[in-house]
Ligand binder design. Structure first.
Ligand SMILES: Cc1cc2nc3c(=O)[nH]c(=O)nc-3n(C[C@H](O)[C@H](O)[C@H](O)COP(=O)(O)OP(=O)(O)OC[C@H]3O[C@@H](n4cnc5c(N)ncnc54)[C@H](O)[C@@H]3O)c2cc1C
Ligand code: SF4
Length: 347
């Protein structure tokens, strides 16, 4: 059985006290919400904070404010179940409801917070192992070692961004509020992420994520599709979040197609977006967008499934999200260059 290392647990009574505790404790401290990511990482000695500041009981982090027509503000401490089951979210932000509802299992969704999900550590088959396993291979660049076992000549780590909510928040243009002893700032969800397996967040370690600002629902629509081996439990090995705004005649005025689980940050499929902006969503334009999404997906051989197959599936999943938003039948059009890959599971 893996045991937690020794650490000091602090329980602040308010947000300001949490920020003060973090400032006093310095770089050896980390926040914890549900602990469904941090505690397993601590047991595997991937993250070893000496001080852990608990947030789960802070009511200020569990509020849900606003109306979809004006935009909503989600407290970062809301557990995933509360977000997935909220009527306003289901009705007006179905992509958010779907992404949260597809995370892991009911037990973990009752513990895990939406804030913790957005700040999830990146994942890799060579990193998500216990200490002895990692020691036996002389560790790796992400923690305690010097080499990347996935790409040995690479100067960077390619661990995978594996949060289901991250691509959705980027696609819909959500914002996040970060608070620290030096003040507070609100940044776009896209700015929160950095394409590096180690420095994967543009966030100071002491910054507390307090709020997630969902934009007003003025004409855009979004959906999220997740690829994983089992219908429950598993992290995404590909997640596609697609958001479109269409004119009255169906012409796409704006589009965001964001790929999760195939890079160290949510990746924007820019060419796929260009393939549909200014056009209507038809079999042909969707096929073009799907083909253009292929180069944007950059999976490596460090998570479940063969990387070439995951890359291939990006085309099918982009096509699938666009067909759903266009109200077209859910069959997969054959994107250009189709090599007959079977569709394993569509969620
Ligand atoms: C078996 C298993 C399956 C899983 N499957 C999935 C999956 O399919 N999809 C998926 O996306 N995730 C999955 N997860 C990961 C995890 O359960 C969720 O991402 C969950 O939402 C994390 O939230 P948490 O509150 O438990 O985070 P915690 O573990 O509490 O924290 C995660 C990180 O965020 C930091 N943090 C948390 N809250 C704040 C805050 N408010 N401000 C600043 N820093 C903060 C912590 O310091 C830590 O670094 C899985 C986990 C397990 C164990
Ligand atoms: S991608 Fe390389 S450096 Fe990063 S966790 Fe995996 S093996 Fe380690």
């Amino acid at each position: 059985m893996l045991r937690l290392p020794k650490f000091r647990y602090l329980q602040p009574a308010s947000l300001s006290e949490a920020v003060r505790m973090m400032s006093d404790a310095g770089p050896d401290a980390m926040y914890v919400a549900g602990g469904t990511d941090l505690y397993p990482n601590m047991k595997r000695r991937q993250q070893v904070p000496k001080v852990v500041i608990g947030l789960a009981h802070l009511k200020q982090l569990r509020t849900m404010k606003g109306k979809p027509a004006e935009g909503m503000v989600l407290g970062a401490g809301l557990v995933l179940t509360d977000v997935a089951e909220e009527r306003r979210i289901q009705r007006s932000y179905p992509a958010v409801a779907k992404a949260t509802e597809l995370i892991s299992t009911p037990l973990l969704r009752n513990m895990g917070s939406i804030g913790g999900n957005l700040l999830l550590d990146t994942r890799c088959n060579y990193y998500d192992q216990n200490y002895e396993w990692r020691k036996a291979i002389h560790f790796c660049m992400k923690k305690d070692g010097e080499i990347c076992w996935v790409a040995p000549s690479s100067p960077r780590c390619w661990a995978v961004q594996s949060s289901d909510c991250a691509p959705v928040m980027v696609a819909i243009g959500a914002k996040v509020k970060l608070v620290s002893s030096s003040g507070e700032r609100v940044i776009g969800a896209a700015e929160l992420y950095h394409d590096d397996g180690i420095q994967h967040l543009n966030k100071q370690p002491g910054e507390l994520l307090t709020e997630i600002h969902l934009p007003a629902t003025n004409g855009w629509r979004a959906t999220y599709w997740k690829l994983r081996r089992r219908g429950s439990f598993d992290f995404p090995v590909l997640g596609v979040a697609t958001c479109v705004r269409q004119a009255g005649d169906g012409t796409v005025e704006d589009a965001k197609i964001i790929l999760g689980g195939v890079g160290s940050s949510p990746l924007e499929a820019v060419l796929a977006q260009r393939a549909i902006i200014g056009k209507k969503l038809t079999d042909e334009t969707i096929r073009e967008a799907a083909a253009a999404a292929y180069p944007a997906a950059k999976p490596l051989d460090n998570t479940d499934f063969a990387m070439s197959w995951r890359k291939d599936m990006a085309r099918y999943y982009v096509a699938g999200t666009l067909r759903e938003l266009a109200g077209l039948p859910p069959s997969f059009p054959k994107p250009d260059g189709d090599n007959g890959s079977p569709v394993l599971r569509v969620l």
